[in-house]
Design a protein around this ligand. Structure first.
Ligand code: PFF
Length: 454
């Protein structure tokens, strides 16, 4: 059994929690969660999503960490070794490849949206520093940005360079330290925004929208979206957490860190929702208006009214970019680690090559917003279609395979040793039962529903 990874190790339990939370907390919580909650009618969606986090997300989160830490290599090679040891088929490396491809697709559009947050952060910074004019018509400003391929490509490139910069160097102390300051700062900013939301007089209404379920809104496609969001937000199903698990010291208790990551991630999403919906309601906007521009069009309205709104807007969008950054490095890490193991190229060369390909792929999402706007797939623009394919189909399939691997291929002795040797039998059996039976069945039902079989 290996105790270290060739790629390096987290310096402590806290560093793993910060890095994994950094991966989990990102655009998924603050951009995606509010907008898909809005599109799916609120309460019922939120409760189904929370159910998916508890019943499907947590067991898979534990499974990814266990597989990664036991293998101590890139996901593809960890799966290969563990499958060999267990006498199982080498086809399991397919799960690692699925993760690499899903990561490629997710990062391609994630980097474009992160580019929007950078562009907004920069715009607010100009307002703050050189007194540039404020965003007076947020809807129009957002439309104008999407209509400008040059601007989108520029910020998409800046974000990708930032991502490569970190992955190429290896996850250094610098980033660990930066994350440990910046992520709590973002959370505090969200709490301040929550305070502002509460002062708008529409907090009650927002609470009702977010938490009182209208069960008639539950449909197959809504459950697919809720489960997709659970995977997306926890960074599951594409082996990112598996890659991070490989660098986790052996003495760290997996259930404890897993729960900490899932809890923080969920708290950030809920606080973001509770901050944003009162603002939307207070400006008379439709909370079901949704759309990918949701926060970019709603929040500037609040920043225009709030005391110190410009400084606040600057901090908010820049920190959101940081949250996206700590997520995107975890999307680039699994393929980079694999090619470092499989080739003689340097980490730097590999990270740059993978990122360049992903950046090129991202251009499809960019052009889908403007010059290829007419082109739709299943009623979605190119970015929406890639987002749907990756989040709602590939991540759940990846999660399903991860659960089957951890539950059925790895021996109980190994999983128990990795999870926590001193874990009470009921807790271990509970995890095993969820991972072996409940989680896979739920994912299969949702996927069958998706292709219209049930
Ligand atoms: N969890 C990230 C977010 O919520 O923004 C997105 C993400 C990162 C998804 C890493 C998947 C992943 F592997």
């Amino acid at each position: 059994m290996k105790t270290t990874s060739v790629h390096g190790m987290w310096s402590s339990r806290l560093m793993f929690v910060l890095a994994a939370t950094g991966s989990a907390v990102g655009l998924g919580n603050i951009w995606r969660f509010p907008y898909i909650t809005s599109e799916n009618g609120g309460g019922a969606f939120v409760l189904v999503y929370l159910g998916c986090i508890a019943v499907v997300g947590l067991p898979i989160l534990f499974s990814e960490i266990v597989i990664g830490r036991r293998g101590r290599m890139s996901p593809i090679n960890s799966l290969k070794e563990l499958a060999d040891d267990a006498g199982a088929s080498r086809a399991w490396i397919g799960l690692g490849w699925l993760g690499v491809i899903a990561g490629f697709l997710v990062l391609s559009f994630y980097s474009v949206v992160a580019g929007w947050t950078l562009a907004y952060g920069f715009d607010y910074l100009q307002q703050l520093v050189v007194g540039a004019p404020p965003i007076s018509d947020p809807g129009q400003t957002f439309e104008n940005m999407l209509a400008s391929p040059g601007k989108l490509i520029f910020w998409h490139a800046v974000f990708m360079v930032l991502t490569v910069g970190v992955v190429a160097l290896g996850v250094e102390e610098g980033l660990e330290r930066a994350v440990s300051v910046l992520m709590p700062t973002l959370f505090v900013l969200l709490l301040v925004l929550l305070g502002y939301g509460m002062s708008t007089g529409h907090f009650q209404e927002a609470l009702g929208f977010l938490f009182s379920p209208d069960w008639s809104r539950v449909s197959g496609s809504m459950v697919v979206t809720a489960m997709g969001q659970a995977f997306f937000t926890l960074s599951l199903g594409m082996c990112a957490i598996m890659a991070y698990g490989a660098y986790l010291p052996s003495d760290v208790n997996v259930p404890r860190v897993g729960v900490a990551v899932a809890f923080s991630d969920t708290a950030v999403a809920l606080v973001a929702g509770l901050a944003i919906f009162p603002i939307v309601l207070s400006f008379g906007l439709d909370p079901e208006g949704g759309g990918a521009g949701f926060i970019f069009t709603a929040l500037p309205l609040a920043f225009n009214e709030m005391p110190f709104g410009i400084a606040y807007g600057t901090a908010f969008f820049l920190l959101l970019s940081v949250a996206a950054w700590t997520s995107s490095i975890s999307l680039l890490e699994p393929p980079t680690a694999y090619f470092v193991e499989a080739t003689n190229f340097s980490r730097k060369q590999i990270a740059i090559s993978v990122a360049t390909l992903t950046w090129l792929m991202g251009l499809l999402s960019v052009f889908g917003l403007n010059i290829w706007r007419e082109f739709t797939l299943g009623g979605k623009d190119i970015m929406g279609a890639i987002e749907f394919l990756a989040s709602n189909i590939m991540l759940p399939i990846g999660g399903l395979l991860t659960a089957v691997f951890a539950g059925w291929v790895l021996s109980n002795r190994i999983t128990r040793e990795e999870l926590d040797a001193k874990m009470p039998a009921w807790a271990f059996n509970g995890w095993l039962w969820l991972t072996r039976v409940v989680t896979p069945i739920m994912i299969v039902i949702v996927l069958l529903g998706l292709i219209g079989i049930i």
